[in-house]
Design a protein around this ligand. Structure first.
Ligand SMILES: [Zn+2]
Length: 303
């Protein structure tokens, strides 16, 4: 029996991304919601691989005990000097900015597996041909966040050297894209996934993230950040005082929090045109149904 694993998923513990002068959370996914969603989309195993921490994976694994039929692998997407590396089957954080070979050694010393995520990416730090030099178990030959196809094709092409397991991951930063790319493996559960990677018998499958789900992700991030900013202004941390987004926004001076809310309003405003288009389409459908009489009285028609 073949099962599905998503080997590359982010939670709210993935820290902040930078775009020009803007900083925003990489993801606002709760680890528990990742577990529920993974089960709902038919995954057998989900690997939680936050940037430079195993915290999200540890929490997700705890939650998974309450649900049948879903396994969690604790992972980390480690930023190294040569590019990002995925460590799977970990227990402890591996610090960022180490030389890649040292990060690989640290993964091995925890009994973990080493995967090169999006190895030929042009827009995120990637190992490139370093994969030939390092001790790597698998290549992510399909990453759903790389919608251009170029980086994925190159990874697939390079994997034909046959040295690595071929894997696919959604690189989900939003629940909507969880499992859109997945790795098929024989058996069920994390130990069978580990065996399949070591035997190079995994099969990468899935499709790229849609534009729509990308827009949804950015909206989720903006709205959740706004919620945490407002909570921080009211001094109400809510049920999770350790929420990483709440902590970050609480460190900002008041005027920066207000500026962030203003900027997010400008970002959210674009749905207004979508609404106008939708209302316009509704109106046009109504017009379509009104019969137009031919001035000669021959017939009535609609346009
Ligand atoms: Zn990632």
């Amino acid at each position: 029996m073949a099962s599905r694993a998503d080997i590359h998923v982010h939670s709210k513990y993935s820290g902040l991304a930078r775009l020009w002068f803007l900083r925003f959370p990489e993801s606002v996914n709760e680890p528990e919601d990742i577990v529920k969603r993974a089960k709902a989309v038919g995954l057998d195993t989900v690997c939680v691989t936050d940037h430079n921490t195993v915290r999200g994976g540890i929490l997700a694994k705890q939650f998974a005990k309450e649900y049948d039929g879903i396994s969690v692998v604790i992972g980390e997407e480690i930023s190294t000097e040569e590019g990002e590396i995925l460590g799977l089957f970990l227990n402890e954080d591996i610090p960022k900015d180490l030389p890649a070979a040292e990060a690989v050694d640290r993964i091995r010393s925890q009994g973990g597996l080493v995967i090169a995520p999006h190895p030929f990416s042009m827009h995120v730090p990637a190992l490139g041909y370093e994969v030939d030099r390092l001790d790597i178990d698998g290549l992510e030959v399909f990453n759903a966040g790389h919608v251009d196809g170029f980086a994925n094709n190159r990874a697939l092409q390079h994997s034909k050297l046959g040295r690595w397991a071929r894997l696919a991951g959604s690189d989900s930063h939003s629940l909507g894209t969880l499992g859109c790319a997945f790795t098929e493996f024989e058996g069920s559960g994390e130990e069978d996934l580990r065996k399949a990677i070591l035997m190079k018998s995994t099969v990468p499958k899935g499709s790229p993230m849609s534009v729509e789900s990308g827009v949804k992700w950015t909206m989720e991030v903006v709205l959740e950040s706004d919620r945490q900013i407002i909570k921080s202004m009211l001094n109400r941390p809510g049920k999770d005082p350790d929420d990483p987004v709440y902590k970050k926004v609480s460190e900002l001076p008041g005027h920066k929090r207000i500026a962030a809310l203003g900027a997010s309003f400008l970002y959210i405003a674009p749905p207004i045109p979508y609404l106008v288009v939708w209302l316009g389409a509704l109106r046009m459908r109504r017009i379509n149904s009104i019969p137009i009489h031919d001035p000669n009285g021959h017939a009535s028609k609609t346009f």
